[in-house]
Design a protein around this ligand. Structure first.
Ligand code: F0G
Length: 413
């Protein structure tokens, strides 16, 4: 069962659009769109024992992924990432139950692959020949890989000099046309949106594309599955362009609409202090964000001043009774080191912001000992080794003298 009733709905004026229409923004009010389902139908037709029989990948939950039955899936084996019980960090933070959802395990090393498997399958379904995105790095790496797999042309626009080398190389080696823009991610996104408006042959796969978020929401289903049909009290997510926190919240809401869970977790978003327009709006109780004109942070993945999905993210945080937190670059780097050295999980700086946020919240008591907490870490540490190299002690260089080698190894000479 794949061809379920779904349509697109504007999150502002609630206008409806057919799922066959290619649009990213509402034609009447310009707001973002989201995929909506007939949950009554789905409740009748979904058999979760079928899910259990399938491997844990994004496509385990195919009934909730809006792709036509006859369409070809473009997949690299995404999803099914480990939910690590993280007892050593939990102990350090005086918590009882903490898990880390390690999205760096995805095929191109970030959570973006969950969205791209569906988004690029959709591109093939509608007969697109070219796909495009703006990116701080991971989206471009992921899109380039899935486009290669599908045989589509791919063009990515990234901020010049501010994209981690590992990600840049991925996009290049997968064969995308890579455009480095002298400007920020926000400039790049504006540019590709304008291009997609003018040139209909370009299918845009930023997270304003509602299908991408449908893929990303499967993280919530997996957490529920991995906790044995339970949900955590609190889910902590790094926030940049704000698609992912919105997608994960939508995933939990799906489970709720389907009657599979009765409670919902609270969603806590973490931004880098130098790029935190959503956290600022949340703290000040504003209805809209005030963009950060020159965002700056070592966590280049979330160096975003004008997040496209800010409204969806604020709704997720408010509706779930969650919150937004900010962390400094120092706190991010400390958390990156802590996660690697206590749990063996090496993540890139943006990912570590969820751990840095948790540390602050645990210290202030805003997250308490009795809670079941899941921190999402979004991308692999090897994407950006330069950011991590200064954190660590330098390797010890020795000559061939046997005693010197033993001393260097920390043994008695
Ligand atoms: N963590 C990592 C590693 C990311 O690459 C991103 C976003 C985020 C967190 C934030 O997710 O934007 O959904 O709030 N990276 C995008 C990119 C912007 O272009 O790769 P978000």
């Amino acid at each position: 069962m794949m061809n379920m009733d779904h349509y697109l709905e504007c999150i502002g004026c609630r206008a409806h659009y057919s799922s066959t229409e290619i649009s990213y923004l509402c034609k009447s009010c310009g707001d973002l769109l989201e995929v909506r389902y007939d949950y009554d139908n789905l409740r009748e037709s979904i058999d979760t024992s079928l899910w259990k029989a399938r491997p844990m990948t994004v496509w385990r939950y195919e009934e909730l992924l809006p792709l036509d039955k006859t369409s070809q899936r473009v997949s690299l084996g995404e999803g099914g990432t480990t939910l690590h019980k993280s007892t050593r960090i939990a102990e350090r933070l005086r918590l009882k139950r903490l898990s880390v959802k390690d999205e760096g395990q995805n095929p191109t090393g970030s959570f973006k692959d969950r969205g791209m498997t569906l988004g690029v399958s959709k591109a093939v379904e509608i007969g697109a020949e070219r796909v495009a995105c703006a990116s701080t790095g991971n989206t471009s790496a992921s899109l380039a890989a899935y486009a290669a797999r599908a045989g589509l042309e791919c063009v990515v626009v990234i901020p010049s000099g501010k994209t981690a080398l590992g990600k840049l190389i991925q996009a290049m080696v997968y064969g995308a046309r890579v455009v480095q823009l002298e400007g920020s991610f926000d400039d790049a996104l504006r540019a590709v949106m304008k291009s997609a408006q003018l040139d209909k042959s370009l299918y845009l796969l930023n997270s304003i594309n509602p299908y991408r978020l449908e893929g990303q929401k499967t993280l919530a289903y997996e957490v529920w599955d991995q906790l044995g049909g339970e949900i955590p009290d609190t889910v902590i997510v790094p926030v940049g362009n704000a698609g992912n926190i919105s997608a994960i919240w939508k995933g939990f809401q799906d489970l709720n609409h389907l009657g599979l869970i009765s409670d919902l977790p609270r969603m806590i978003g973490v931004q880098a202090e130098g790029a935190s327009p959503i956290a600022n709006a949340y703290r000040r109780g504003l209805k809209t964000i005030e963009p950060t004109p020159n965002p700056e942070t070592i966590a280049t993945a979330i160096r975003i001043g004008s997040p496209a999905s800010w409204k969806k993210a604020l709704t997720a945080v408010k509706d779930s009774k969650g919150s937004m937190e900010t962390v400094t670059d120092r706190e991010i780097l400390d958390a990156q080191r802590l996660l690697a050295s206590l749990e063996g999980i090496f993540v890139e700086p943006a990912s570590a912001s969820s751990i840095a946020g948790l540390k602050k919240l645990a210290e202030s008591g805003a997250v308490n000992r009795e809670e079941e907490v899941v921190c999402v870490t979004t991308g692999h540490g090897l994407k950006d080794p330069e950011a991590a190299v200064h954190l660590c002690e330098k390797p010890i260089t020795v000559g061939k003298d046997r005693n010197a080698i033993r001393r260097a190894m920390g043994l008695h000479a």
